[in-house]
Design a binder for this molecule. Structure first.
Ligand code: G3P
Length: 214
């Protein structure tokens, strides 16, 4: 399973890179806005740090406008993947961008049929938002399971990025289902490595070692 980091914060990215656990980055307009910096500068900084897919989202919602923005974003760096919202105009844009060789990540996916259409349009990645479905008392991981099955049934090349990850279980269950990628907030990434029994066991080892040396 590939781990992408779901952030536009360069300090978080550097820290996660030092862990050797970053295969790519996803951003969105909200994450960009939090940094209070120029959009293009943030994306350029991230491209200089991470050698993997970097998702940057368009703002326009009309097909022509999305295509124009996507071309500009793709021109920043070869690793740029353009995030396109799951709209009919988004599908039109994805078809055109795919024909031009520009990679796309269809985002704000909340149904398996949306994911099916995005794959048919040629999307490089799709981003089902599991946490936001959970927030509505719907099981977001059921969506992931459905997409994995549909993509397997028809041998789509589109890769599934499990997004809106809220906790380690989202990552675990997505991996058990065979999702390609999880895009993980930095706080959740740090939790994946931790277990209280590991800490307890290590302390006991070191205490016993110290006792034996006395
Ligand atoms: O960046 C895409 C997605 O992971 C954001 O989800 O629910 O944390 O805003 P959320």
């Amino acid at each position: 399973m590939k781990f992408f980091l779901d952030t536009a914060n360069v300090a978080e990215i550097r820290e996660a890179m030092s862990m050797g656990m970053v295969d790519g980055i996803t951003t969105n307009p909200t994450l960009i806005a939090k940094e209070e910096r120029e959009f293009r500068e943030i994306i350029e900084d991230i491209c200089a740090i991470v050698d993997g897919p970097i998702s940057a989202e368009v703002i326009r919602t009309d097909a022509d406008g999305m295509i124009q923005e996507a071309r500009e974003l793709a021109g920043i760096h070869e690793n740029i993947v353009v995030k396109i919202p799951m709209l009919v105009d988004g599908l039109k844009a994805v078809r055109q961008l795919t024909a031009e060789g520009i990679k796309t990540n269809v985002t704000l996916i909340f149904s398996a049929l949306q994911a099916l259409m995005a794959a048919k349009a040629g999307a490089t990645f799709v981003s089902p938002f599991v946490g936001r479905l959970d927030d509505l008392s719907q099981d977001g991981l059921v969506l992931v399971e459905q997409i994995v099955e549909i993509y397997s049934n028809y041998a789509f090349d589109t890769e599934i990025i499990v997004a809106s990850v809220r906790n380690p279980l989202h990552v675990l269950d997505s991996a058990l289902m065979g999702a390609d990628i999880a895009t993980i907030p930095f706080g959740v990434l740090k939790k994946l490595a931790a277990h209280p029994m590991t800490d307890k066991g290590l302390k006991a080892f070191l205490d016993d070692w110290d006792k034996a040396k006395k």
